[in-house]
Write a protein that binds this ligand. Sequence first.
Ligand SMILES: [Zn+2]
Length: 399
Amino acid sequence: MNLIEQVYCRVYQFAFKVAIPVLPYRNPEILNAVDRIPQVLKKKEICSVLLVTDQSIRSLGLTQHLEEILKENGFALAVYDGVEANPTVKQVEEARKLYLENDCQALIGFGGGSSIDCAKAVGVLIARPEKNLEQLGGILKVHKKTPLLFAIPTTAGTGSETTVASVIVDPETEHKYAIMDFPLIPDYAVLDPETTRTLPKSITAGTGMDALTHAVEAYIGNSTTKQTRRESLRAVRIIFHNLEKAYEDGNNLKARRNMLRAAYLAGCAFTVSYVGYVHAVAHALGGKYNLPHGQTCATMLPYVLEAYGAKIYPQLKALSIAAGLCEMETDEALAARTFIKAVKDLNRKLGIPEKVKELKQEDIPALAKTAAKEGNPVYPVPVLMDAKALKRFFYDVMA
Ligand SMILES: [Zn+2]
């Protein structure tokens, strides 16, 4: 990247970094079990709620307990279970209709990132009925209080229960956009391991590694705060001690609970401190070949860490210590290499591929451009790279 572009990126990132203390970031309050929800609703004098979820989650019976306890406690409950991967404008509209018809006063997003994103978007339309979703896309366009929102993640990874964003797709225009504003941060994150018990092994692996990538990218970037550094280190420690256990035995509820906590902490960290080129590259690959996000991040992570080189040795040493891989006395370069190797080993144990077999060489120039467009100037990465430099990562993972 040339010097002028570098200066532009760094000035842009610096402006966002100095704004962190004055922006209304907040971490959602944690509830440790779904059973806690009725109590909160009573306290807030709410009597009618809309549950937003998807059909497979509901048919697996995951929402059953929540539906029962809400009804037993006398709450009126409407259910929208039409969310699909990448919630569409139509799905959000359908859910909003149910919310209004049933005079709902609060929202519960129950599922992976998509259900939670859909619930957030319903809240946006309730707060801003005079606008459509497309008009509210982008940064800080909502700025009005949205209804009370509980986020119940069923995968421990995306961090959607903590973030300011909701990603919506308009299939008619093929437009995918994010609505990003502080009122979208859920009020409560319900971290109940029972909701992740039936998660298939490959999803436990991919989403768990997504959480690790969030923590690592937030930590090695230039926009960290004391709090986000602490959250990232805690998340990394928990993931290295629990992900394999949750993967090997899905019924290990202690490991499942710990992974939910790690994903939450990593989500809080990257909401403030951003991600980096692992995500930019993984999003480009995922968009082109429809690949699972977490798995693609996991595949890319060691390559990108290696490419950053000595610039991030101190950070990788701290992460290495947090993961229990080395000591304070360990040489910095050795600690960094140990961390990268441990990520590769973890990938192998979790059945995550080292290469992206779908990737075609002729697609690389366009993919690198897409990745550069996402990453620059927003992501405060430790080493800046333009599209030309980012190409290397695609060659790295070519089968
Ligand atoms: Zn991610």
